[in-house]
Design a protein around this ligand. Structure first.
Ligand SMILES: C[S@@+](CC[C@H](N)C(=O)[O-])C[C@H]1O[C@@H](n2cnc3c(N)ncnc32)[C@H](O)[C@@H]1O
Length: 387
């Protein structure tokens, strides 16, 4: 398989085998759009803590195609500026743009359930590959795609033009949508958001769909699919696990500095009823974010080797500190929000409800309130008010 067309046919086979690709029109799009065109000037491959830069110039044509069609996410930018042709040796860094794993983008486009001629707003153009698939599906004039990074946006625009797709490529903060082309039939976000901006709902016609990954942790995030109603609100559910890099304007500020100073003043100390280590699991982590939006899980090791676990809400100056004790966990909490009380209550109610998975979570969005719930338990309901 050393030519692009065979690689694309193979990609179609994999996506079909995995039950991700079902619609014939989208299959034609995957077969037609060369992923390698969207990877200039190169990619960074993860080598266990460092990123190896790979460019087409420094790789054989078949080697480059093999990389381009990996059934995986391909990182194209680190730390908001670095691209692969700028370095020769492996580097450290945080991915800030990528060509998302094909099964994720194709699966999301399937979930959009968009008719030919439907108008789509994409947030997070990235390489432009997903936009290209939608251009093939819907016609370029029906695709508006917003990218916050000007360099990334320019490269995506050039790649789209190579294929003759003159989509509406916009450089700006996608959290604002793009009112000039509204209303849209569908909004799709290929970056994660803490909550779906109401402006996306506003820019979507009644009956239209908004699809976005919710959450701010690196895991424990869910793909929300909501349908916009006649009453200016939108309602739907989490349809599965999903993981994306965070929208830049909402990127989490890592908890830094002296953790013992942050936790110096506790208002309460008690035994935890639920082991906080369960927050390593996807659904408990998602619930924690619903119950205590703004809380971050932080791990640290003391100089004597003791492992520590914390929840911090920097905005609310609140913390929960966990220490292993007698086979259980002691929790010290401080600040105006008792973070662990709130999260633990949600976890206990979730356990009592039989540990439903993430797709049991429903949500309703209005201009003032985002409500999340799991049917059957009044304790599994969270209202995030904006006013
Ligand atoms: C995972 S990549 C997108 C993948 C892309 N759809 C593809 O198929 O290649 C996420 C992109 O979202 C962009 N992004 C982050 N925050 C954004 C924001 N507030 N508005 C628009 N784009 C944003 C990033 O710069 C990055 O390029």
């Amino acid at each position: 398989m050393n030519d692009s067309a065979s690689q694309r046919r193979h990609l179609v086979e994999l996506l079909t085998r995995d039950g991700v690709l079902t619609s014939p029109r989208l299959r034609d799009a995957v077969e037609a759009v060369p992923r390698e065109l969207f990877l200039h000037p190169g990619v960074f491959l993860d080598e266990g803590g460092v990123w190896r830069p790979i460019t087409p110039d420094g790789t054989s044509p078949s080697g480059w195609l093999e990389i381009a069609y990996r059934y995986d996410t391909l990182t194209t930018q680190l730390d908001g500026h670095l691209t692969a042709e700028q370095v020769r040796e492996p580097v450290r860094g945080v991915p800030t743009s990528s060509s998302t794993m094909p099964s994720t983008v194709v699966g999301m486009i399937e979930h959009l359930d968009v008719e030919a001629g439907g108008r789509v707003l994409e947030i997070g153009t990235g390489t432009g590959y997903s936009a290209a698939l939608m251009c093939h599906l819907l016609g370029a004039d029906n695709v508006t795609t917003v990218e916050v990074d000007p360099g990334v946006a320019a490269r995506a625009d050039a790649a789209l033009e190579t294929l003759g797709f003159s989509a509406w490529t916009v450089t700006g903060d996608g959290l604002l949508g793009y009112p000039s082309n509204a209303p849209y039939d569908r909004v799709i976000a290929t970056c994660a958001v803490r909550r779906i901006p109401y402006t996306w709902v506003r820019q979507t016609r009644s009956g239209g769909i908004v699809l976005a990954t919710l959450g701010s942790w690196p895991y424990g995030t869910g793909l929300a699919r909501v349908v916009v109603g006649d009453d200016d609100g939108a309602e739907g559910r989490i349809i599965g696990r999903s993981s994306f890099m965070q929208a830049r304007a909402q990127a989490v500020v890592p908890v830094a500095g002296d953790l013992s100073a942050r936790t110096a003043y506790a208002d309460s100390v008690r035994e935890a009823k639920v082991p906080p280590a369960c927050l390593d699991d996807w659904m408990p982590a998602f619930l924690a974010q619903l119950a205590a939006p703004g809380a971050q899980l932080v791990r640290a090791t003391r100089s004597d080797g003791t492992r520590l676990l914390f929840l911090f809400d920097q905005e609310r100056e609140s913390f929960a500190q966990f220490t292993p004790r007698d086979g259980g966990w002691q929790v010290r909490q401080g600040g105006p929000t008792a973070l662990w009380d709130t999260v633990e209550e949600a976890l206990l109610a979730w356990q009592a409800a039989g540990r439903p998975d993430i797709d049991a979570v429903r949500l309703r969005i209005t201009a003032r309130t985002h409500t999340y719930w799991i049917a059957g338990s009044s304790s599994l309901r969270w209202e995030h008010r904006l006013v």
